[in-house]
Write a new protein. Structure first.
Length: 222
């Protein structure tokens, strides 16, 4: 199947460059270009792309708000945030808004292509350890009131004891292989547990699971 990609960036040259990289791949196809967040939302609603490459800093509706709207109007679309700096001040907000990961704009073409394919397959492109560092860097943005934890309790109660254990390890930044070693499970079993966790908690991917673990106070940042 061809992965359909919408490119949202206010720089025309970057949109053209991304499009050329995509067009050279037999399994990827650019289906539209947006020069600001509002246009990205409208095109996502109209075109239903598999993946949206979303710049953060754009005039008018920025990439964060656009991400929030895209995942609402086109739930099947996965958003890949594009940032200029490794720990962009908007990265946490983008992930919280529903993005499936973030990528540096100066990444190599092959890394961009791999990231797009992974996101389209339902995976997160941010490694667990990078995700943890990102969240802890933006720890002040995490809600600190008990009301948030209470709101999440009902959803946490959907999980089995083992699923909670796996979610804790995911939130701590461990990969599936590391979780398997820690909990004495097969890696395939960990992957199955994670799939059920995402389904029960109504989460999009691993990144959202990590954010949930922090927001629900299942994990307390050190």
């Amino acid at each position: 199947m061809t992965i359909r990609v919408l490119i949202a960036d206010d720089e025309a040259l970057l949109r053209m460059a991304f499009g050329m990289v995509l067009e050279a791949q037999p399994d990827l196809a650019p289906v539209g270009e947006a020069e600001d967040g509002a246009q990205a939302v409208e095109l996502a609603r109209e075109l239903r792309p598999d993946v949206v490459l979303m710049d953060v800093r754009m005039p008018g509706t920025d990439g964060i708000e656009a991400t929030r709207q895209v995942v609402r109007v086109s739930p099947q679309s996965r958003v890949l945030i594009l940032t200029t700096f490794d720990l962009d001040e908007y990265a946490f907000a983008g992930l919280s808004a529903g993005a499936s990961g973030f990528l540096l704009k100066n990444t190599r073409p092959e890394e961009l292509l791999t990231a797009i394919r992974n996101v389209a397959a339902g995976d997160a492109v941010v490694s667990p350890r990078i995700t943890r560092r990102l969240l802890e860097s933006f720890r002040p943005h995490l809600p600190d009131g008990s009301s948030v934890a209470r709101d999440r309790d009902e959803r946490l109660n959907r999980l089995s004891v083992r699923e909670r254990e796996v979610l804790v390890q995911v939130g701590c930044g461990l990969s599936n292989a590391e979780i398997a070693a820690t909990l004495y499970l097969a890696e395939a079993t960990v992957k199955s547990h994670l799939g059920r966790i995402l389904h029960k908690l109504e989460l999009r991917d691993r990144v959202q699971a990590v954010i949930f673990a922090y927001e629900s106070r299942l994990i307390h940042p050190a």
